[in-house]
Design a protein around this ligand. Sequence first.
Ligand SMILES: Cc1ncc(COP(=O)(O)O)c(C=O)c1O
Length: 378
Amino acid sequence: MRFETEAIHYGQEPDTATGAVVVPVYQTSTYEQDAIGKHRGYEYSRTGNPTRTALEKVLARLEGGKYGLAFASGVAATSAVINLLKKDDHVVAGDDIYGGTYRLFEKVFKPWGLNVSYADVDDIISFEKAIRENTKLIWIETPTNPLLKIIDIQRLATISHARGIMFAVDNTFASPYFQKPLSQGADVVVHSTTKYISGHSDIIGGAVVTSNDSIYEALKFHQNAAGAVPGPWDCWLALRGVKTLAIRMRVHQENALFLARYLSTHPGVEKVYYPGLVNNQNHDIAMKQMTGFGGIVSIELKGGFPAVEKFVSRLKVFMLAESLGAVESLVCYPCKMTHSSFSTEEREERGIKENLVRLSVGIENKFDLREDLKRALT
Ligand SMILES: Cc1ncc(COP(=O)(O)O)c(C=O)c1O
């Protein structure tokens, strides 16, 4: 069956006890057992919960993977993957990544004994050059946060696998509707389900999907042993979000492309980052590996930080807030918000300038959104 149908039905059979057509919220921490060592599939909700199982099944299916695992946040999902490594192992990560992922590498895993280097996402050869004897993981986002760069997943999978290195892709920005990294050679896909998957700015959640049996076994063990699991209500809200993922993504993309084109012609805008624009440096790779470009548009404004402050304060529909990927449009200032864990120099090296603004384009009426931007830029 196709994406839209599976998003609504896969792993979400009517409840066996009542026939409820929507997977219930199994708000229980534990389960009655029939005898010692004899249970009905569930023992304790950290280990497994039926609402979570439904979410894990549908996410795995939509990503084209065998196994899904849900976590309490995107960062917890990322952390679970990094936890597959050992002290003294080495990671090569793309240099344009979510600030929280960078903080996790730098402030949590480096002190613990992990080695991490960052490769230039504009130059795939730099990943190859950064590989060491002890490299165990290559980690990228594509599209990247916040500059919407696109990395060739297939080429990086070939580089990783030639050396037996696990290759993980954070697919949060594209969602499985627009991109399926496992089908292009990634071993692991990670999501902040806080974003497009749930889609309504009402939960924090994460997920990992893989088709690799041993990676799954290790992650499953970690999920239970370390315990960063989402509660059943959050799983239920994510499940409800998944049902409309396709239709939302189509409108996010339509609106984002419409606004990106508008902003490209605006005299107050210095640069527009959106892979759907034909003049974007990564448009060709995006066309090759994605079926759409997503709903995030980043822009550099003429006039530096004062122009940014003015722009942000004049917006009425776009709300100044962290996060992205939900039905409502949000504006974010990466230097002081999502990417504040980078130092000023690190941000400069990565091209995250003081006049950069990230727009998460929602599914409101696109003409209202354009008017909002127009007013704020005037
Ligand atoms: C690309 C990306 N990955 C991971 C995360 C972390 O997710 P969470 O905030 O759900 O922990 C974020 C959060 O913004 C993100 O943008």
